[in-house]
Ligand binder design. Structure first.
Ligand SMILES: NC(=O)c1ccc[n+]([C@@H]2O[C@H](COP(=O)([O-])OP(=O)(O)OC[C@H]3O[C@@H](n4cnc5c(N)ncnc54)[C@H](O)[C@@H]3O)[C@@H](O)[C@H]2O)c1
Length: 450
């Protein structure tokens, strides 16, 4: 947290709603470069610096100085735009005298995250960040890799080195992808290495994005798929344990994602449990879109969405805590049956609907969700909730050790499960149903757990 006290009052007269609206609007604008950035002057920068100093944002001050001293003129414009966002958010924060503690914490977390993102993205790192992608030749891999190499994962100033991994039969395809990457001449890409051996692929990596897995064959039972893929993650868990940095942040995408993540973690005892996650961000994003469409609002107007449990048709996308511009979604959407009859089944079946429509499973949207998941984890959620499959410590009655999707907030590279939420009887039943499925999956591959 940047500061332990409230800031001085910068502007007055607006009501809480206006301030919240401005906060959201400004928080949104900080990640894009627009013509406003060009209007920023040194004078503004000096005023902003004074403002930050008066408020004892010491880290902000350091970051600010660093940016001014080290960056060239073009990059400085981008950096100043970030700081303009911080300034505006600070104003909004100080303008919310009646806001509750939770709201204030959320805004402070937003400030903190904007700042650390600005700091990381504006620092000119010299060492490339090493990112492993398994299943690199698959549909998701192809939609993902070029986005990472162009800077969309870690930002415009952080060089990356890609470690692309797939099965031996895909060796030629790996070569083809690395040739295409060369042909893009991405300035941030400091090397591509291809591998068919996971231990070499994970050597010294900072991030591991694991999409490599077998597709479900025609006459294959879910049980067979579970076992086949769990075996892959057993081998990859051991390889990560041996070769990756101990601080590696891991995202399991390959299905069944939660149980694969459990197998992975169980076979990599040297890496902290908190570093293992599986992806339910696609389900989360799907839910955001359906709510926005129903309520006729923008995605950014929606807060506190949560997807619980397994990334399967038993998942529970829960609308009960969702706020739309600060008002409970259940009040905004004046259709009491919509959540149970339409919304929940739509999200639970969305993957299958895509396969039916496209003849192939979600790939571009999955790649986009991977970017979102990792950016949230690395750069924080600015006080907002997102959904992640994480190793449970027993929160909300879930069996400790299994990988279960919860609402989380992230800041400073760490996520926390949102605690003390009220769970109504219908939700409790849904949470238990998906929990039970995860226990069954775990029991089916129990011999692969260490
Ligand atoms: N969690 C989610 O939200 C989500 C969303 C969409 C897809 N998925 C899952 O992601 C996975 C990948 O999807 P896709 O569309 O890219 O599939 P795909 O079949 O196109 O690609 C899978 C790739 O994995 C490779 N592979 C197979 N075994 C491997 C191994 N042992 N090591 C490394 N690579 C291996 C294959 O050669 C292939 O290149 C699937 O399991 C899919 O169900 C998850």
């Amino acid at each position: 947290m940047l500061c332990g006290r409230t800031t001085r009052r910068v502007c007055s007269g607006s009501n809480v709603t206006k301030a919240k609206w401005r906060y959201k609007k400004n928080a949104r604008s900080v990640s894009t470069t627009d013509s406003l950035a060009e209007k920023l002057t040194e004078e503004f920068a000096i005023n902003l610096k004074r403002h930050l100093e008066e408020n004892r944002y010491t880290n902000a001050d350091k970051a600010f100085k660093l940016i001014l001293e080290k960056l060239d003129a073009d990059t400085r414009v981008d950096a100043l735009q970030y700081f303009r966002g911080i300034h505006a958010v600070t104003e909004a924060f100080t303008d919310v005298p009646g806001a509750n503690k939770h709201e204030n914490q959320r805004i402070l977390a937003a400030l903190n995250d904007i700042l650390s993102q600005a700091h990381s993205e504006c620092s000119t790192a010299s060492e490339p960040v090493k990112i492993a992608v398994t299943g690199a030749c698959g549909n998701i891999g192809y939609a993902l890799i070029f986005r990472i190499a162009s800077g969309q994962l870690l930002g415009p100033n952080i060089p990356v080195q890609l470690h692309l991994h797939d099965v031996p039969a895909a060796e030629q395809a790996l070569l083809g992808i690395s040739m295409e990457l060369e042909d893009c001449a991405f300035p941030l890409l400091r090397g591509v290495k291809t591998f068919t051996n996971p231990e070499s692929a994970f050597e010294d990596v900072d991030y591991a994005l694991l999409a490599g897995s077998k597709p479900r064959g025609k006459s294959m039972e879910r049980k067979d798929l579970l076992r086949g893929n769990a075996t892959i993650f057993l081998e990859q868990g051991k390889a990560l344990n041996k070769s990756a940095k101990k601080s590696v942040k891991i995202l399991v995408v390959g299905n069944p994602a939660n149980t694969n993540c459990l197998v992975l973690k169980s076979n990599a005892p040297n890496i902290p449990s908190k570093n293992f996650t599986c992806m339910t961000r696609l389900d989360h994003n799907r839910a955001l879109y359906q709510i926005a469409k129903k309520a006729q609002v923008n995605i950014h107007d929606i807060q506190n969405m949560a997807v619980w449990g397994n990334h399967s048709s038993t998942q529970y996308p829960n609308i009960n805590h969702v706020l739309i511009n600060g008002t409970p979604a259940t009040e905004v959407i004046k259709d009491p049956d919509w959540a149970v009859k339409e919304f929940i089944p739509t999200i639970q079946q969305r993957g299958a609907s895509i396969i039916l429509a496209r003849g192939a499973s979600s790939a571009a949207s999955a790649a986009s969700a991977i970017i979102d998941h990792m950016r949230s984890w690395v750069y924080g959620t600015r006080g907002e909730w997102t959904s992640m499959g994480v190793i449970s410590n027993g929160e909300y009655g879930v069996t400790p050790g299994i990988c279960y999707s919860y609402p989380v907030v992230a800041s400073g590279g760490q996520y926390e499960i949102v605690k003390d939420l009220q769970i109504d009887p219908f939700s409790a039943e849904c949470l238990e149903k998906t929990h039970k499925e995860l226990l069954e999956e775990r029991d089916a591959i129990a011999d692969l757990l260490s």
